[in-house]
Design a binder for this molecule. Structure first.
Ligand code: AMP
Ligand code: MG
Length: 477
């Protein structure tokens, strides 16, 4: 493509052929650019300004391939709600890896780009609403300081996709550090391909953990490194009330980025049992279950890596087990450090855990809004309603005594407690108007969400919790 300034260097396609299927996107009828992320394009060193809008639409619909692209669908497996399945990109194509001006390697992936050998019963396509939803939530997550895939563009296809009814189709361009998942390792391990597994470990280390090169046991070192990043990621999710909704092992990255914004949503009232996904009947992926699920998924990664950890299974199990055993302690320590930040507490005090737990318990009993409660404490707004009650006032006095000077604490708290999160009803309303061709509310919401920590006048409506209590989200849309 003339002008866009791609710098492709495609390493995945140099991996064994069993790891992917080579094919391109299926062209669409009438591509039309719906939204383009200029700030991200600039970070990537792309120059869209020199390209006509129709040409951009053609590229980000998959109708025109960049010169050095090596498109492919990745093969992977995964435990979906606990059950193991062989999978793969059923509706996504990785065009290749672009090297940014800062030397970072990122996957450029089109989602909703047509059928692949891994599509099973699916049509390989995506609807406009869910792609715009991924766009706005992933960009909000990035602005919140949480590792995530990014969204570069959404293009309407001019074709209808059939779900429960006919919906306008769209393609999302997703940018990620890579799309290596726990499920990628499970796929290679399930094929009993030991050479492939070794190659994949080396590849993951080269791409995401180069400091581990030359480790005595690369597989074990990788397991620990992924665990640390995943712990940090989940702690970040817990910090802002994010519920991923479908933490299957195929949706858990090796890089430690959040990917696959399907049924995800942000929690309003604090309740660890909060689950929005309409298919998650057992609440497997509830807010409070996320750390436990991350550990469960890492155990699946350990199983896949086992033959490389030690030739003797018992020894491998013991070595991997040691790492996995450390998960809870690591998680609790990092979670507590995060909660101290949310409460503006410097240093550590023996009473901190009780102080934190007492607040959370109170919030749960009074159905307090998670975001607004911490924000109120951050700016020391006077409490009204439930915040005027005796128990809360007593807790607040205790907290103030431990916290000390407000100004110093506030600096800490302002970086941990967003004023603005993607409130579910606002996202829905913005998507509905966008579906009718009016992107103004969507863009207004996006503007608010890309600066989440700085309270601005006139934006009070963006801090209101969803008045609808039974919000539901849907998968695979
Ligand atoms: P997800 O829940 O989005 O992670 O998707 C799980 C699996 O289903 C992945 O392998 C997807 O590629 C595949 N999939 C989801 N939707 C479709 C679709 N419309 N057509 C083909 N494959 C799909
Ligand atoms: Mg997925």
């Amino acid at each position: 493509m003339v002008g866009l300034n791609w710098r492709f260097d495609n390493s995945y396609v140099r991996l064994p052929e069993a790891f992917y299927a080579r094919l391109g996107p299926t062209p669409v009828k009438a591509p039309k650019l719906v939204i383009f992320n200029h700030a991200l394009a600039q970070e990537l060193g792309l120059k869209p300004g020199e390209v006509a809008e129709e040409a951009l639409a053609a590229v980000f619909a998959g109708n025109v391939l960049p010169d050095d692209a090596a498109p492919l669908a990745q093969a992977y497996a995964g435990h979906q709600f606990g059950g193991f399945t062989m999978l793969g990109d059923g509706r996504a194509i990785v065009l290749g890896e672009h090297i940014t001006p800062r030397g970072q390697r990122v996957d450029i992936q089109l989602k909703g780009s047509g059928p692949t050998p891994f599509s099973r019963m699916g049509d390989g396509r995506a609807a406009l609403g869910p792609m715009l939803r991924e766009y706005i939530i992933s960009e909000a997550m990035h602005a919140l300081g949480i590792p995530t895939s990014r969204s570069l563009a959404v293009v309407a296809t001019g074709e209808a996709v059939h779900r429960e009814r006919f919906l306008p189709g769209a393609v999302l361009t997703r940018v990620a550090a890579s799309h290596l998942r726990v499920g990628t390792f499970q796929y290679v391990a399930a094929r009993r391909d030991m050479d492939g597994l070794r190659t994949l470990v080396d590849y993951a280390i080269e791409r995401h953990y180069p400091q581990l090169k030359g480790s005595e046991s690369p597989a074990l070192a990788l397991l620990w490194a992924v665990m640390e990043r995943q712990v940090d990621l989940i702690v970040n999710w817990m910090r802002v009330g994010f519920i991923h909704g479908v933490m299957n092992t195929d949706n858990m990255t090796i890089s430690g980025e959040t990917i696959d914004y399907g049924p995800c949503a942000f929690m309003d009232t604090y309740d660890p049992a909060t689950t929005f996904s309409s298919i998650d009947h057992g609440r497997r992926y509830a807010f409070g279950n996320q750390p436990g699920i991350a550990r469960w998924n890492l155990t699946r990664l350990a199983e896949a890596l086992l033959p490389l950890i030690d030739a003797e299974t018992d020894k491998g199990v013991a070595l991997a087990g040691e790492k996995l055993e450390a998960f809870d302690e690591l998680y609790v320590a990092r979670w507590a450090a995060m909660m101290r930040r949310k409460l503006g507490l410097s240093g550590e005090d023996a009473g901190d855990t009780a102080l934190i737990e007492d607040l959370l318990g109170w919030m749960e009993r009074h159905r307090a809004d998670y975001t607004n409660t911490f924000r109120m404490l951050t700016v020391e707004r006077d409490g009204e309603g439930i915040y005027g009650g005796e128990v809360f006032v007593a807790w607040r006095d205790r907290w103030r005594a431990r916290r000390g000077d407000h100004a110093a604490a506030r600096l800490l708290m302002e970086t941990a407690n967003p004023a603005y999160i993607p409130r579910n009803h606002l996202v829905e309303a913005a998507l509905e108007t966008a579906g009718k061709g009016d992107l103004a509310p969507f863009n207004a919401l996006l503007d608010v969400l890309v600066k989440p920590y700085k309270e601005r006048p006139g934006l009070a409506a963006y801090t209101e919790p969803n008045p609808e209590e039974n919000y539901r989200t849907f998968c695979g849309t």
